[in-house]
Design a protein around this ligand. Structure first.
Ligand code: ADP
Ligand code: MG
Length: 231
C-alpha cells in the first residue's frame, strides 16, 4: 500500500525505529482499523482550530520520539470540552513533558476525538524469531499486565481463528455479556485482529505493534492509541 510504504520509508530516512502515534494510526487507517480522528498541532494557534474541526470533547497527547509512555509523563489529557480547556491542556502537556525530560524533542501535540469510555482491549503483534509475525489479543489494564490473560496466534490469522482467539481468554465473559451487561461487538474485534494480521504479514519489517487500548462498544470498536516499532 502506497501510503504505508511512504510512512515507513520516511521513518527509515530519518534513521529511527519508533513510529509516532499519528504515523501508526495513519497506517491503521489504510488497513481499515478504525482509529480516533486526529490532527497534529505544531503550534499553539492550531490546537483550538483542530479541536473545533474534530469536535468537542477532545483528547490532547504529546507527540515525541523521546516519550514512549505518554501518560506516565502527564502527556495525555482527556475529555477537554471547551476551547479554554484545550488551550490550558496544551500548555500543561508541554510543561509536563519538559519537566520530565528537559531536552526532549517534541514534534507537536496530537488533537484527537474523545472516544466514549468502554471496555478496553489490546490487539498486538510481534515478530517472533522462530514463528515470524504473530498476533496477540487480550483485555486491557490488569488483565494483561497482572493476569497475563492473553492469547497468541501465528499470522496470518483468518476471521474464524480471530473469533476463536477472542473466546479463549479467561475474561471472555466480560465481552460476551453477563447479568445485565450487554454483549460487546466481538465481530468488530475480530476484524481488528484480522486486519492487524494482514498488516504485519504485508510489512515484515514491523517488529512490534500495539493497539492499546481499543475501545469496544455494543456496536463497533475504536483504536485510541497505536504504537509500531520497526526491526
Ligand atoms: P500511553 O502512551 O500512556 O499508553 P494512551 O494514548 O494509551 O497513552 O492514553 C492513556 C489512556 O487514556 C488510554 O489507555 C485510554 O484509557 C485513554 N485514552 C487515550 N486516548 C483516548 C481517546 N481518544 N478517547 C478516549 N480515551 C482515550
Ligand atoms: Mg496506550
Amino acid at each position: 500500500m502506497k501510503r504505508v510504504s511512504e510512512i515507513l520509508a520516511n521513518v527509515r530516512i530519518e534513521n529511527r525505529k519508533n513510529l509516532l502515534e499519528p504515523e501508526a494510526k495513519a497506517i491503521c487507517q489504510e488497513y481499515n482499523i478504525s482509529v480516533t480522528r486526529f490532527k497534529v498541532a505544531k503550534k499553539e494557534g492550531e490546537v483550538v482550530k483542530f479541536a473545533e474541526e474534530i469536535g468537542f470533547p477532545v483528547v490532547l497527547k504529546i507527540v515525541s520520539l523521546g516519550i514512549i509512555h505518554k501518560s506516565d509523563v502527564g502527556g495525555v489529557m482527556l475529555n477537554l470540552k471547551t476551547a479554554n480547556e484545550v488551550e490550558q491542556a496544551y500548555r500543561t502537556i508541554l510543561t509536563n513533558a519538559k519537566k520530565h525530560q528537559p531536552n526532549v524533542e517534541i514534534s507537536g501535540v496530537l488533537v484527537q476525538e474523545m472516544a466514549p469510555q468502554s471496555t478496553e482491549v489490546i490487539v498486538g503483534a510481534i515478530k517472533d524469531d522462530q514463528f515470524g509475525p504473530s498476533v496477540m489479543f487480550g483485555l486491557g489494564g490488569i488483565f494483561v499486565e497482572i493476569l497475563k490473560d492473553v492469547v497468541f496466534r501465528v499470522a496470518p490469522v483468518s476471521k474464524q481463528e480471530a473469533e476463536l482467539m477472542i473466546t479463549e481468554i479467561k475474561a471472555y465473559p466480560v465481552l460476551r455479556g453477563y447479568r445485565n451487561q450487554p454483549p460487546l461487538d466481538t465481530n468488530a474485534i475480530a476484524d481488528v485482529i484480522v486486519n492487524t494480521s494482514k498488516l504485519v504479514m504485508d510489512y515484515q519489517e514491523i517488529k512490534e505493534l500495539d493497539l492499546n487500548p481499543v475501545m469496544v462498544y455494543e456496536k463497533g470498536a475504536k483504536t485510541v492509541d497505536a504504537r509500531i516499532i520497526l526491526e
